[in-house]
Design a protein around this ligand. Structure first.
Ligand SMILES: [Mg+2]
Length: 282
């Protein structure tokens, strides 16, 4: 193994009912998550099929902001991942078990950051009941509010982001979840540890949100879907391409991009860049 395929899950590889509506949704979908017995996430059938084959040949590492409990509801096609990253880099799962050594290292790294309980207090103060369902603490590492995006006041996210940025915390709105995460808690940090453990020296990465930026920038090459926070904000990075399609079909394109990169590094990157250019207005 010399390449890690690090993929975000929600809105990159797997899609909720809401996320499926971000683009064309005409392929048959495969359920990959049950919540209390109800299907809550899907992949397009070709993506599911090709991911299963890819995971049998290569080191596919799910890298998610979900807590471990939320991650464990997801059953990706193919063999169970040897490594997975949950809690935005705060938890490393090795063969499905939490790596306590990594948990200790993360705690050390976060020791000097602005404290979670004060971020929580601020969030509780500004998240009014008319647009907020609940506040959640994620493994004592970060927190998020479940909001009604349509009811959130206009400058609310910008105000929260500004307050948080001054204290070294990142803010990310993904569907109905508004995350507040300390800057030191990164997906790329945990993926670097996976590389050490797996003896890998190359990382290919996929992600759609502001919390994926460090991962995409640290990777040798990256891809983000044509929807989500990064796309909406017009974000771009060196060595990072954008898919040609949006919605659940972007997942298929991302799996194929991973495959193409493994077969011939750089080829699909150039193809992706051309696709992107051809869709931009002159
Ligand atoms: Mg995502």
């Amino acid at each position: 193994v010399n390449t890690v395929l690090a993929t975000d899950l929600d809105r990159t590889m797997i899609y909720s009912r809401h996320a499926r509506a971000l683009g064309a949704d005409d392929a048959t979908a495969v359920c990959v998550e049950l919540t209390d017995g109800e299907p809550t996430s899907w992949m397009a059938a070709p993506a599911a099929d090709e991911l299963a084959r890819l995971a049998a040949d290569a080191l596919v590492v799910p890298v998610t902001t979900r807590t471990v409990e939320q991650y464990r509801r997801v059953l990706l096609p193919g063999p169970a991942p040897r490594f997975a990253v949950a809690a935005n880099g705060g938890v490393l799962l090795v063969d499905g078990r939490v790596d306590p050594d990594w948990t200790r290292r993360v705690a050390g790294r976060l020791r000097d950051c602005f404290p979670l309980d004060r971020v929580w207090d601020q969030l509780a103060h500004v998240c009014h009941a008319e647009f907020t369902d609940q506040l959640r603490n994620a493994a004592g590492l970060f927190c998020y509010a479940v909001v009604h995006p349509g009811r959130v006041p206009e400058s609310f996210v910008a105000d929260v982001s500004g307050w948080a940025a001054e204290r070294g915390w990142l803010t990310s709105l993904q569907g109905s979840k508004l995350y507040l995460v300390p800057e030191q808690l990164t997906k790329s940090g945990a993926v670097a540890r996976v590389c050490e453990l797996a003896g890998a020296d190359t990382v290919l990465a996929a992600g759609d949100s502001l919390l994926d930026i460090d991962l995409l920038l640290a990777a040798d090459r990256g891809i983000h879907p044509r929807h989500g926070e990064l796309y909406e904000q017009g974000w771009s990075g060196p060595r990072v391409v954008c898919t040609a399609v949006s919605g659940i079909a972007a997942g298929t394109e991302i799996v194929r991009w991973f495959r193409a990169q493994l077969a011939e590094p750089g080829s699909a990157f150039m193809l992706g860049a051309q696709d992107l250019r051809s869709t931009l207005p002159e």
